[in-house]
Ligand binder design. Structure first.
Ligand SMILES: [Zn+2]
Length: 291
């Protein structure tokens, strides 16, 4: 009778304590204290000087250099924004962003996307779906946003940081930086971009969400674009600017989500039975200037 050597009984390998996107993102992440490289060690990221950052149960890591004074968007706001995205509220905007990102990364078929103030990570998801070999890092200050972004896409890592205290990213590491309705730290964005990278910046245009905002004291600042251009002129050249508009039909749930997802939710808005809403944004594409 033949006997088969069975060997030792197979033991389940312990699960990797680090989510795959975060492990890959160590290629571009930097220690917020010393700007050194980070390497995985158990369930943490560690730099050469021993600064250690533990990965949370949700698969996110905080790389805050200093104590962050504000906590960003709250749970309800993030949930509402996710519901509005899921209902297709910003589909035209995401499609426009993905188209530009594909052109930037296209010839290489890969690249690193850094989404600054990423929120739920929906735009990053749309971009990574289009750029097949792309990898992404979603940065946000809100832990609720990070938890949502960490679940969004298998190639998107979620990292906690405040853009005003510095991006925990190595210099010249990002091929595309996306800033969608988020704080704009021009110096830091310039530092992290590759020499032929691009900054994609979204800002609201006239008429954005007008069916909603007409009932609130929140307005679209008509001078905002000029301010942004002045802010970026020294370090960036405007390559092109496109206006994206869409008229979005709203189911009752999407209308309710829209009422809860922005700064107007904190002030004066009672939920309204909106049937459609106008989405109007300006997408500016900047390339970094190098002397
Ligand atoms: Zn360090």
């Amino acid at each position: 009778m033949l006997s088969v050597h069975a060997g030792a009984p197979a033991r389940a390998r312990p699960a990797d304590p680090l989510p795959a996107p975060l492990r890959r993102a160590t290629a571009v992440l930097a220690c917020p204290h010393c700007r050194g490289r980070l390497r995985p060690e158990g369930g943490s990221l560690v730099c050469r000087l021993g600064h250690r950052f533990d990965v949370a149960r949700q698969g996110t890591v905080r790389l805050d250099g200093r104590r962050v004074r504000h906590s960003g968007d709250d749970r309800d706001m993030i949930a509402a924004r996710g519901a509005f995205f899921d209902a297709g509220g910003f589909r035209a905007v995401t499609a426009a962003l993905a188209g530009v990102a594909e052109q930037v990364c296209g010839s290489r078929g890969a690249g690193w996307l850094l989404d600054v103030g990423a929120g739920t990570g929906h735009h990053a998801e749309g971009i990574l779906d289009r750029v097949a070999g792309g990898q992404g890092v979603a940065v946000d200050v809100s832990r609720h946003a990070l938890a949502a972004a960490a679940r969004r896409h298998p190639r998107l890592a979620a990292v906690g940081a405040d853009v005003w205290t510095g991006l925990p990213v190595r210099s010249h590491a990002a091929d595309v930086v996306l800033v969608a309705f988020a704080p704009r730290n021009a110096a830091e964005i310039h530092r992290v971009l590759t020499p032929d990278g691009r900054l994609l910046l979204l800002a609201p245009a006239a008429g954005h969400l007008r069916e909603l905002l007409v009932h609130t004291s929140v307005g679209i600042d008509a001078r905002k674009r000029e301010r942004i251009d002045r802010q970026f002129a020294r370090r960036f050249a405007l390559e092109r600017r496109v206006r994206v508009t869409d008229r979005v039909g709203l189911c009752p749930d999407a209308a309710a989500a829209l009422c809860r997802m922005g700064p107007w939710a904190r002030h004066d808005l009672t939920p309204r039975p909106l049937e459609t809403v106008t989405v109007a944004v300006e997408l500016s594409v900047y390339r970094p200037r190098w002397r």
